[in-house]
Design a protein around this ligand. Structure first.
Ligand code: 6GU
Length: 257
């Protein structure tokens, strides 16, 4: 998968060189390109923002640099020309997805992460300040599938942290990135529920014991205990998830045993 991120703070994305996602890039499983939006400015001060039309607080990102950036990145070019292999897309292929981090986007969830992991190409446009001039997204819709997304109901200073979260959530689902793919199946949100608590050695620590059942060697009982713990935890912390699961599949909770 190819991912292009456009931002005025390319250094913000540096952690993607670490750990699993860094390794995925070195293995050629993820082709990540981070671009500095200011590379597409044309004035001496490399200006990317201006005051909001209609007045009010804060600044809005200018359409011109964004328009040039999204045109170039669509052709797999950075500010200085082509980067990486040419577009995987040919005739009949869907236009690339343009993901736009925004507190007013649709909240990202695990099923969306799976859908994104099946795409050949993602472009992420990180806004700052009060956001990007709306006409940029209207114009981009001519050659991208534009998808604003949010991390949750709180406000960040810009899209970079959301881009980090997105690339990590999607990147770890790409084939070969996580060593043991079975470990993906049991995680929180994969079955619409939260995961059960986990323990390791030693069996007693600061007067606290690992639950006996986990040391019993009885796989059936362990599986039942985990399912029940996951359910309890979901009911307590995220009753909304439980309600949504039962609404989708009224028999979802019957499967126990
Ligand atoms: Cl994706 N962007 C910004 N700026 N703030 C957010 C967010 C995204 N998700 C939650 N808050």
């Amino acid at each position: 998968m190819r991912v292009d991120v456009v931002t005025i703070f390319p250094d913000y994305l540096a952690p993607l060189q670490l750990s699993l996602i860094g390794r995925a890039q070195r293995l050629g499983l993820l082709d990540l390109h981070v671009h500095d939006l200011r590379g597409w400015t044309e004035d001496r001060h490399r200006t990317v923002d201006d005051t909001p039309a209609g007045g009010g607080a804060g600044m809005v990102m200018l359409p011109e640099p964004w328009g040039r950036a999204l045109d170039a990145v669509h052709r797999c070019e950075g500010p200085d020309g082509p980067v990486g292999p040419l577009p995987p897309a040919g005739d009949g292929a869907e236009p690339p997805l343009l993901l736009v981090p925004s507190p007013s986007g649709r909240p990202l969830d695990q099923s969306t992460a799976h859908a994104l992991a099946a795409e050949p190409r993602l472009v992420v446009a990180c806004g700052r300040y009060e956001g990007i001039d709306e006409r940029v997204l209207v114009d981009a819709a001519q050659r991208y599938r534009v998808q604003p997304f949010s991390l949750g109901d709180y406000v960040l200073n810009g899209g970079e942290v959301a881009a980090l979260a997105l690339v990590e959530a999607v990147g770890r689902l790409l084939p070969g990135v996580v060593g043991n793919p079975d470990s993906l199946l049991e995680e929180s949100h994969e079955q619409g529920l939260l995961e059960h608590p986990v323990y390791t050695r030693p069996p007693r620590w600061r007067d606290l014991d690992v639950p006996d059942v986990l040391l019993s060697g009885h796989h059936g009982q362990v599986a039942r205990w985990r399912r029940e713990q996951g359910l309890r935890r979901t009911a307590r912390r995220r009753p909304d998830l439980l309600a949504a699961l039962v609404a989708r599949d009224p028999a979802a909770l019957d499967a126990a045993d």
